[in-house]
Write a protein that binds this ligand. Structure first.
Ligand code: ADP
Ligand code: GLC
Length: 485
């Protein structure tokens, strides 16, 4: 029997992307469809979402708008054929720039209403607001969709019937969707949903906790992160709930969409290459050096970073270890956007070392591909990392990842230790302690391996031949849906 599942999220590549969540919601639904599931997506009607969908048409008016005056459900199609429902509420979503933050990097004052409407609309779809299609599974992603399972449970209780089962996926426990308790009233949830057994979280409410509490099954994006978030140190105050629900929680690794991230077919690159014909990678490297105004030398070790610039990503540690790269004659290219303090800190470092460090601020898909392809090493020194996609892309492009051994980074990169080199399993560099010494020795390992060209090439080829495609992970999600229906 075909399973009908609705994915509920706030971003989706290629319509709107601020991070890896969009890559997942762009790739997982088609991978599930490939396996025979009937999958649709629900998104807020942000300007680029509306602009990017073909045949946008109206489905039904929405009876509640949470203060947006007018809200309606529309439907359109992605280039790959996936059907996307859109919550049309221009007063909430028609804002230029970041979907969550205003121009001053401050969360919009009405985020609780904006994302309550998204969760509530998902529950409406489970109640057949579209006569042509209703989900058996509502699969909500991150705090933005955290209220979907809550609204679903409330409607089921109200109507004394089962509407749909729910899955909630945590992409990042650090973003908890926390709002003042006083805003609970306007959500229209049953009063008893506010409490320790519900959306209450240390005297406030948390949309993330709502998802974790009310969904039938929980997943996160790597097996190691699934364990980490059940610990006091890394559970963000939710570890108790996660431990209680340990039997409902699983870690399913994200995949790579090789239609987008594959060096042999990537039209965003100046040259293409494969694991056996690496000449194109050298072209990517010199053109990257030129693009960033660094000396165009093919034999210096080039480190690349493509990242949101937030505390999570550990770039402060990389800066503290910069002398190690400079001393060995390496180069560093950083591209990202985010926290203004980090942005200026990085720019200052680039001004101090113009011969070896280049920093550019911004968000650009083409440049992201150019850096992943043109670097010898892609650095991901994150404090914590639920899964991480850039290290997976780096593997596919033969750019050895250098990572902190946490979360999904620990699950996907094998350190070039002597024994792993001897076993022919090494695909990158991993450090255990989040301190400059530990990172510095991983950097030294990278230089040491680079000096042994044939071993470097062997590691590159191993990395490029690994399969991190969505197939296996989509099977696991589908198995979860089957258990539930
Ligand atoms: P996170 O979701 O925490 O940001 P991931 O590694 O899972 O981390 O995903 C990051 C995604 O965002 C990748 O697709 C990466 O290429 C992309 N990305 C990050 N920063 C930029 C940027 N400045 N420009 C373009 N793409 C970026
Ligand atoms: C989050 C995490 C990242 C993960 C991505 C997609 O943004 O920070 O580790 O890869 O979601 O699941």
């Amino acid at each position: 029997m075909t399973i009908r599942a609705l994915h509920v999220a706030s971003e989706l590549y290629p319509l709107l992307k601020t991070g890896g969540l969009a890559d997942v919601t762009g790739a997982l639904p088609p991978a599930l469809i490939e396996l025979g599931a009937d999958v649709r997506v629900l998104l807020p009607g942000f300007p680029s979402v509306l602009a990017g969908l073909a045949d946008l048409k109206s489905v039904a008016p929405l009876a509640r708008s949470f203060g947006a005056r007018q809200a309606a459900l529309e439907q359109g199609t992605l280039a790959n054929g996936v059907v996307v429902y859109v919550v049309r509420a221009d007063a909430f979503y028609e804002r230029p720039g970041n979907p969550y933050l205003d121009a001053q990097h401050v969360p919009y004052g009405d985020n609780a209403q904006r994302f309550a409407l998204l969760g509530w609309s998902a529950a409406q779809l489970a109640q057949h607001i579209d006569p042509a299609w209703a989900p058996q599974i509502v699969h909500a992603h991150d705090w933005h969709a955290g209220l979907a399972p809550a609204y679903l449970k409330a409607a089921e209780r109200d109507q004394h019937r089962r509407l749909a089962r729910s899955v909630f996926t945590v992409h990042n426990l650090a973003y908890q969707g926390i709002f003042p308790a006083q805003q609970f009233g306007m959500l229209g949830l049953p009063p008893d949903f506010y409490g320790m057994h519900g959306v209450e979280f240390y005297g406030q409410m948390s949309f993330l906790k709502a998802g974790l509490y009310f969904a039938d099954r929980l997943t996160t994006v790597s097996p190691t992160y699934a364990r980490e978030i059940q610990t006091l140190a890394q559970g963000g105050g939710l570890d108790g709930l996660l431990r209680q629900r340990t039997h409902d929680l699983s870690g399913i690794l994200n995949g790579v969409d090789y239609a987008v991230w594959k060096p042999s077919t990537d039209t965003l690159l100046p040259a293409r290459y494969t694991d056996t014909r690496l000449a194109g990678k050298r072209v990517c490297k010199t053109s990257l050096q030129a693009r960033f105004g660094l000396p165009q030398k093919s034999d210096v070790l080039l480190f690349g970073v493509v990242s949101r610039l937030t505390e999570q990503k550990g770039l402060d540690l990389l800066l503290a270890t910069l002398p190690e790269i400079v001393r060995h004659g390496g180069q560093l290219v950083v591209f990202g956007t985010g926290d203004p303090a980090l942005e200026t800190g990085l720019q200052r470092v680039a001004q101090t070392h113009p011969e070896s460090v280049a920093v550019e601020l911004g968000f650009d898909e083409t440049l992201a591909h150019a850096i992943i392809a043109g670097s010898d090493v892609v650095a991901v020194p994150s404090r914590f990392e639920p899964c991480g996609l850039t290290q997976l892309y780096a593997l596919a492009y033969g750019s050895l990842p250098l990572v902190h051994r946490v979360g999904g980074l620990a699950d996907t990169v094998v350190d070039a230790s002597l024994e792993n080199l001897a076993d022919e399993t090494a695909t990158g560099f991993a450090f255990d302690r989040f301190d400059p010494e530990s990172l510095a020795s991983a950097i030294r390992r990278a230089f040491a391996l680079y000096a042994r060209r044939s071993e470097w090439k062997a590691a590159q080829q191993r990395a490029m031949r690994e399969d991190f495609g969505w197939g296996a992970s989509a099977e696991r999600y589908l198995a979860l849906y089957r258990e539930l229906t």
